[in-house]
Design a protein around this ligand. Structure first.
Ligand code: ARG
Length: 274
C-alpha cells in the first residue's frame, strides 16, 4: 500500500505574498480549509493510500504544503533517503528542520547539501520519473540553477540522473504546477511554463506529452495526484478528462479553493513515502 505524508492545516493562513496567487483578496476560512484537507485525505485513503501526518507548528502558515521541505527517494544500495530543502522564504525555512527530524526518526538517511546562496524546494521543483530512472528539476523562481546543480551532483553519486528545466511563468513558480507524470510514457505539461530548451528535454524523455492550456495550469489542473488509476485534481475540463481517459486514469475532484489562495493544490500538500 503506498504511503503518503501530509500536515494538518491547523495554522494554515495567507499572511504575505510568496507567489502571484497570494493576493489576500479574501481571507482564509480555516474551517473550510480543514474540511477540504479532510476530503483530500479520505480520497487518498479511498484510492488505497496509507496516510501519515507530521504535527503542524504554530506560526508556520505554509507547513500544510508538505511537498516542499524535503525531497525523498529510495535507491537500491543506498536505501531510503531525504534531502532537506533550502527554502527561499524565512517562514518556510523554519519548516524544514521539523520535516528533517520526522524523516530521521523514520530511519531515512538524511542527505544534507551545502547550499551556500542557492535554493532548492523539495518536490515542489523535483519530480521523479515514475519508474525512478531520473528526476526532473525545475528552477528559476524558487529553486536556483545552482541549487539544482548541487542536488544533481549528490544524486549522481547514487547513479540517478537529474534533468534541469528552466521555468519562465511566475504563475508556475514550482515545477509541480506545470509537469505532472501520468505514466512512465505520458505526462501533462503546460508548455508556456518552460523555456524552449526545457520543453525540448521534456519531449525527449516522454513519448506522450499532453498539453494543458494556461487556464487549466493556472487553476492547478496539472497539480494533480496520480494514485492507483485515479487522478485527483481540484477542477476538470472536458479536454483534461479526455486526456486522462486516454491514459486509463479516472478523474476525482477535490475542492482545494482555500489552499489555492496560498498558491497550492493537491500535489503540493503531500509527499509520497518510499
Ligand atoms: N504558499 C506556498 C509557497 O509559496 C505554496 C507552496 C505550494 N507548493 C507547491 N509545491 N507548489 O511556498
Amino acid at each position: 500500500m503506498p504511503s503518503v505524508l501530509l500536515c494538518p492545516p491547523d495554522y494554515f493562513d495567507v499572511v504575505d505574498q510568496k507567489n502571484p496567487y497570494m493576493t489576500r483578496k479574501s481571507a482564509v476560512d480555516r474551517g473550510k480549509a480543514r474540511s477540504q484537507w479532510d476530503s483530500l485525505c479520505s480520497v487518498l485513503q479511498q484510492s488505497g493510500c496509507d496516510i501519515e501526518t507530521i504535527a503542524p507548528v504554530e506560526g508556520l502558515e505554509d507547513m500544510v504544503f508538505a511537498a516542499n521541505q524535503v525531497f525523498v527517494g529510495e535507491k537500491s544500495g543506498y536505501g531510503k533517503f531525504a534531502v532537506p530543502s533550502q527554502m527561499v522564504y524565512p517562514s518556510r525555512q523554519r519548516e524544514v528542520p521539523h520535516f528533517a527530524e520526522w524523516f530521521r526518526q523514520h530511519e531515512y538517511q538524511i542527505v544534507d547539501l551545502d547550499y551556500g546562496t542557492d535554493y532548492l524546494e523539495g518536490h515542489g521543483d523535483l519530480i521523479w520519473h515514475p519508474d525512478g530512472s531520473r528526476i526532473y528539476a525545475g528552477y528559476g523562481f524558487r529553486s536556483t540553477q545552482g541549487g539544482v546543480q548541487k542536488f544533481s551532483d549528490a544524486m549522481s553519486k547514487m547513479g540517478i540522473p537529474v534533468v534541469p528545466l528552466d521555468l519562465v511563468d511566475p504563475f508556475c513558480y514550482h515545477l509541480d504546477t506545470c509537469l505532472c507524470p501520468l505514466t512512465n510514457e505520458a505526462a501533462l505539461v503546460f508548455p508556456g511554463a518552460f523555456a524552449a530548451h526545457a520543453l525540448a528535454s521534456i519531449h525527449q524523455y516522454w513519448p506522450r506529452v499532453h498539453l494543458l492550456a494556461a487556464e487549466e495550469a493556472h487553476r492547478f489542473m496539472g497539480n494533480g495526484i496520480v494514485i492507483n488509476g485515479n487522478y485527483i485534481s481540484p477542477y476538470m475540463t472536458p479536454q483534461l478528462q479526455q486526456i486522462l481517459e486516454s491514459e486509463g486514469l479516472r478523474p476525482l475532484i477535490v475542492d482545494t479553493s482555500e489552499f489555492e489562495k496560498a498558491g497550492g493544490s493537491c500535489f503540493c500538500m503531500k509527499t509520497f513515502l518510499p
